[in-house]
Design a protein around this ligand. Structure first.
Ligand SMILES: [Zn+2]
Length: 499
């Protein structure tokens, strides 16, 4: 490990030395979360009682300043805002509670904390112009992230220092490579997700029933007409004609009735905008362990466009299903697939970016609703009269053979119920919440609890098995391309740093 190579003592002497010893605002970047905690604890011990050296650099600078009086005022003002150093070092990573993270960030902002040992989660949106030093304890994962990270020092124009530890054996490189590999998703996992995102719906069956019904009507009319003919001409070949109309051709009938191709160029523009949004979203989640999407020049963009083109071939112009609202609980999904929340989100974004727009992402929402009736099953039965969604849930349970007369509580997927009813989710939720209050005021004795934060999106339910396989293959290709680019970036930046 790095410490064996003398990296740890080197860090301590660096922080005590001439260059960094006088700096009062430093970020130390590490790859792993556990390491940030360990190193900050060690630094607290090692730097205990060490007094900051005088910063000659800044002094000489301010003397050379144009307007010495103005500068003095500025210095004075700065001293007033700045509180004296209280803490030497703290760690920061996305695994800490939000209050903990806020505390560390605030202390660093107001100058009470000298060192933050952090993953790259720290610094995004950090508005501190007088960070004086950036130390990379581990190798950054790409050139872009390196530039971004050192760019956080010296924004006020005063001198700042940075230092990069690079173990020549390439231990960091292996570590980062391992991260990339463990972030990648295998085909089986992709398939599991695709099955969760596109559960089959009944649109196709309903559509076929509708067509059959229409056909029946036509047949009936035809029969009536032929009956009339029969009366006029007794020798008409009735049987033959009926047989002919008995075999409907739903697909051709449908295609010719709804020609739709003029929207394509519009769609392309939309996708581009989406891509930029996606990029923004991803930066928010970015951490050493997280997923970073490389944006590497024109060649990649060209690849992307080529893929898009290939992907858009051979899909039906119009689907029978017009998408459904669906929710998949985050925690359960992360557990079942063993992919991080950000990882799942990235995959869903890929599906949204596909020319077919397989998925339309909506804001995460609570999808599980629990209803409890303190006054027993009768109370629940009464609710069916004032709350249609509950009537729907109970009716379905009854049809499934459940004895709903004895139920005094219910748990259901509120997104799915709202979608089946064709109601707006927010309206359904509001209606459910209102059940807690009686019409004459006060509590009604009904408890309503919404829980389970979920990925929330619209998706199709009429994909055939072959189409599902194609979607899986598309996602899997994306994942593999991303892995390749990350490895490439990593290796090339390692070579560059080594020079
Ligand atoms: Zn459908």
């Amino acid at each position: 490990m790095p410490d064996v190579n003398g990296q740890w003592p080197a860090l301590v002497s660096l922080l005590k030395g001439d260059r960094f010893g006088c700096l009062d605002s430093i970020i130390v970047y590490c790859t792993r979360r556990e390491e940030t905690s360990r190193i900050s604890a060690l630094l607290r011990t090692c730097l205990q009682g060490v007094i900051l050296k005088e910063n000659k650099n800044i002094n000489s600078n301010s003397q050379a300043e144009y307007n010495p009086i103005g500068q003095k005022k500025k210095d004075l003002a700065r001293k007033k805002i700045r509180k004296p150093l209280k803490w030497q070092a703290e760690s920061y990573h996305a695994g800490l509670s939000s209050s903990e993270r806020r505390r560390v960030q605030n202390n660093f902002m107001c100058g009470e904390l000298r060192l933050v040992v952090a993953t790259v989660a720290f610094g995004m949106g950090l508005d501190k112009s007088d960070v004086r030093g950036i130390i990379h304890y581990n190798m950054p994962k790409s050139f872009e992230s390196y530039v971004q990270e050192i760019g956080r020092a010296g924004r006020d124009g005063e001198p700042a220092h940075c230092h990069l530890f690079l173990n020549p054996g390439g231990e960091d490189l292996h570590e980062l490579r391992r991260h990339i590999h463990s972030d990648t998703v295998d085909y089986f996992t992709v398939k599991k997700l695709v099955q969760k995102v596109f559960p089959p719906c009944k649109c196709k069956q309903l559509h076929q029933k509708q067509l059959a019904l229409e056909q029946d009507m036509e047949d009936k009319e035809m029969m009536e007409m032929m009956d009339m003919c029969d009366q006029e001409n007794l020798s008409a070949p009735t049987q033959q004609d009926v047989e002919h109309t008995d075999s409907p051709e739903p697909s051709t009938a449908q295609e010719s009735s709804h020609p739709e191709a003029a929207e394509l160029p519009l769609q392309d523009c939309k996708d581009e905008g989406k891509e930029m949004q996606l990029e923004e979203q991803r930066v928010k989640h970015e951490e050493a362990e997280g997923s970073i999407k490389p944006k590497d020049g024109e060649s990649q963009e060209a690849d992307w466009l080529k893929d898009q083109e290939e992907e858009s071939i051979d899909w039906p112009k119009e689907r029978v299903c017009h998408t459904h609202e669906r929710a998949i609980p985050m925690e359960a999904t992360v557990e079942a697939l063993d992919v991080t929340e950000e990882g799942v989100e990235t995959l869903l974004c890929y599906l949204e970016l596909h020319p077919q727009r397989f998925v339309e992402l909506l804001h995460p929402t609570l999808s599980v609703c629990k209803i409890g009736c303190y006054s027993g099953p009768k109370q629940l039965q009464k609710l069916t009269k004032i709350c249609p969604p509950i009537a729907v849930v109970l009716a379905r349970r009854r049809m499934a053979g459940e004895r709903v007369e004895t139920c005094d509580q219910l748990e259901f997927d509120v997104v799915e119920v709202a979608d089946t009813m064709g109601w707006q989710l927010s309206l359904v939720k509001r209606g459910l919440r209102q059940l807690q209050w009686s019409s004459v005021g006060g509590r009604s004795g009904v408890s309503v609890e919404l829980s389970s934060i979920s990925f929330y999106f619209r998706s199709f339910g009429d994909l055939s098995d072959e189409e599902m396989d194609r979607v899986c293959q598309f996602l899997y290709n994306r994942v593999q391309n991303q892995e390749k680019t990350q490895i490439y970036q990593l290796t090339s930046s390692f070579k560059a740093f080594k020079r």
